[in-house]
Design a protein around this ligand. Structure first.
Ligand code: SF4
Length: 322
């Protein structure tokens, strides 16, 4: 490869060539991040079903590394309210723009998907819809109602946005619809919010989680953190304490992966041992359940984890005695 000035000059002119465009160095992922390509029959069937029902999934839109594994088992996380978000978080691959009108058929389509995939447990999430008067809360309610009517045995986990400036009413309505698990991710430590999650407020998200328990203490609450964005260990411990003060039951922690060069860079690949250390600290802080590993995502193994959470609560109640 040719070297750069001082010795290369435009022919006949004593003018150095312009500097070559700088390509950002491609970050090499450590071995523990490698995942299988999505090629199974289950993957293609899940994809076909979602297309035919005009449903988006966070698995695809967020470029989740687990899609090969999850969709082989026909576990997909449905993303309602369209595929276009009104915010532009620095970590998220979902496209930003002016979303289309809410699809009135979507709730029934989610129920059809749950039935056809044979889901015992479904996770339903959404884009941010700051353009809607209720932030999209009524669509969550309709989806929960449609699932209860059509697939009454399916347990329901919702992963909602923060419903900026309208969270009290939104949470009240969704909780009244009766999901089994209410998840809202804090995503990162408060210091990094201005760059990573600029449209959100850390304490507003924390209050949302706290309000779920205030309205219905029996609903399991869950929240997730990405690591590798430049957070300090003690900041992560503080977030765990904040979650516990909001009575969050289940903590998920996973490695942030940069979806495209336009997104926030990975500051660190956190080792599996460091995840184990975080998990041990979190358990000591009193979470009912902790899932922490490089490839953990909010909805990864959500069905199995729901059962573990139920068992952990039952054991806790038994320990407490009559
Ligand atoms: S971890 Fe969640 S988002 Fe990722 S592929 Fe599995 S179900 Fe989809």
């Amino acid at each position: 490869m040719a070297s750069w000035p001082p010795h290369r000059y435009l022919a006949g002119m004593n003018v150095p060539l312009p500097a070559p465009p700088q390509r950002p160095a491609k970050q090499r992922k450590p071995d523990w991040i490698r995942v299988k390509a999505p090629v199974s029959a289950g993957y293609h069937e899940t994809r076909r079903l979602m297309r035919s029902l005009n449903l988006a999934t966070v698995c695809e839109e967020a470029a989740c590394p687990n899609i090969g594994e999850c969709w082989t088992k026909k576990h997909a996380t449905v993303m309602i309210l369209g595929d276009t978000c009104t915010r532009a978080c620095a970590f998220c691959n979902v496209k930003t723009g002016m979303p289309r009108a809410v699809d009135p058929l979507e709730p029934e389509h989610v129920a059809v998907a749950a039935a056809e995939l044979g889901l015992e447990h479904i996770v339903v999430t959404s884009v941010d819809r700051d353009d809607l008067p209720d932030g999209g809360a009524s669509q969550f309610v309709k989806v929960i109602d449609a699932l209860r009517r059509n697939t009454p045995k399916t347990t329901i986990e919702i992963l909602t946005p923060d419903f900026r400036n309208k969270s009290e009413k939104a949470v009240e309505a969704i909780v009244a619809a009766g999901p089994d698990v209410y998840n809202h991710n804090l995503e990162t430590v408060p210091r990094l919010y201005p760059t990573i999650r600029p449209g959100a407020r850390y304490y507003a998200s924390l209050r949302l989680l706290e309000s779920v328990k205030r309205y219905a203490s029996h609903i399991f609450t869950k929240s997730g953190l990405m690591v590798g964005l430049g957070e300090e260990r003690l900041e992560v411990h503080q977030v765990m304490d904040d979650m516990r003060s909001a009575d969050v039951d289940f903590l998920t922690m996973g490695q942030y992966l940069q979806p495209t060069p336009r997104h926030a860079t990975v500051e660190e690949f956190v080792t599996p041992d460091a995840f184990k250390a975080y998990a041990a600290i979190a358990r000591a802080k009193g979470f009912l359940l902790v899932a922490a590993s490089p490839l953990t995502r909010s909805s990864y193994h959500a069905g199995e984890d729901f059962k573990s959470m139920q068992a952990a609560r039952a054991a806790k109640v038994a320990r407490a005695g009559p």
